[in-house]
Design a protein around this ligand. Structure first.
Ligand SMILES: C[S@@+](CC[C@H](N)C(=O)[O-])C[C@H]1O[C@@H](n2cnc3c(N)ncnc32)[C@H](O)[C@@H]1O
Length: 248
């Protein structure tokens, strides 16, 4: 099983209300119901297409056929692995290679923390520019209370030195920040909330969640040591992320 399959499976095992896959899935379903025409959907930081693959399996064919899925990422290798029903485009979310007013829906899961701090607002502003009027977007960012404990052990399992304080600062994007970006970009906020819950997770789920939140794009770690360590950690784990839904 690949790293990606591990966390794709793990997301599905989480309770629905703390499962980002379900939150984005509901968002697309609801918005699709409201509109009759063909929908253009953009995923930010699509990586290998884990989410579209999930939707392709979960959505009724009639619903999926009404979507045109475009995925952007800066990682060329990852984009080569996207499935055929995703149009992969290599570009940065801070400078989207699309005309203004192109998409009905955009969503971004765990991508803003990977962008340099001073460029994060650009990613939100680009969303506003490329959304159609009446279009909606969703950003999910890890808030990561749980990383505080887990990152203490982190350097042992990465191949290069990691500054824990820097990592915490880098990965924490809370509700207030999301709200500020959205309002400054001129969008209306229709939902803004933080999900924080302790849920039982298996070692496999924990590996998956940590991979997807911190390690997946860099692969900069000693995988076997990391897995061994994680398998010893006790459940449950804290799931903690922020969600904002905005409208143009
Ligand atoms: C933690 S992964 C999340 C992947 C996927 N969204 C998910 O939830 O499983 C972050 C992804 O964002 C991509 N990324 C980072 N900076 C980016 C940028 N400026 N523009 C587009 N993609 C970017 C990385 O290459 C990586 O694929």
């Amino acid at each position: 099983m690949s790293t990606y399959e591990v966390y794709e499976e793990a997301y599905k095992l989480l309770p629905k209300h703390v499962n980002p896959l379900v939150i984005v899935e509901d968002f697309i379903r609801q918005e699709t119901k409201k509109r009759e025409e063909y929908l253009r959907v953009l995923e930010h930081g699509v990586e290998v297409g884990t989410w579209p693959k999930h939707f392709y399996r979960e959505f009724e064919r009639t619903l999926f056929e009404r979507l045109e899925f475009i995925g952007v990422d800066t990682d060329r290798e990852a984009l080569l692995q996207t499935p055929p029903y995703v149009v992969p485009i290599r570009c940065s979310v801070t400078n989207l290679a699309f005309p203004s007013n192109t998409f009905d829906l955009e969503y971004s899961v765990c991508v803003l923390p990977w962008i340099e701090k001073d460029m994060r607002y650009s990613a939100v502003k680009e969303t506003e520019r490329t959304l159609k009027f009446g279009g909606k977007a969703m950003f999910i960012t890890p808030a990561h209370s749980h990383l505080k404990e887990e990152l203490v052990e982190f350097p042992k399992y990465t191949k290069k030195a990691v500054n824990i304080d820097e990592l915490r600062k880098k990965f924490f994007i809370g509700k207030e920040k999301l709200e500020k970006y959205a309002l400054e970009a001129g969008m209306q906020i229709s939902e803004l909330y933080e999900v924080e819950e302790v849920v039982p997770v298996t070692p496999k789920q924990r590996i998956a969640l940590l991979y997807s939140d911190t390690l997946a794009p860099s692969q900069d770690h000693d995988e076997s040591a990391f897995k061994e360590y994680l398998s010893e950690l006790a459940s449950p784990s804290r799931i903690n992320f922020c969600v904002v839904v905005v409208e143009k």
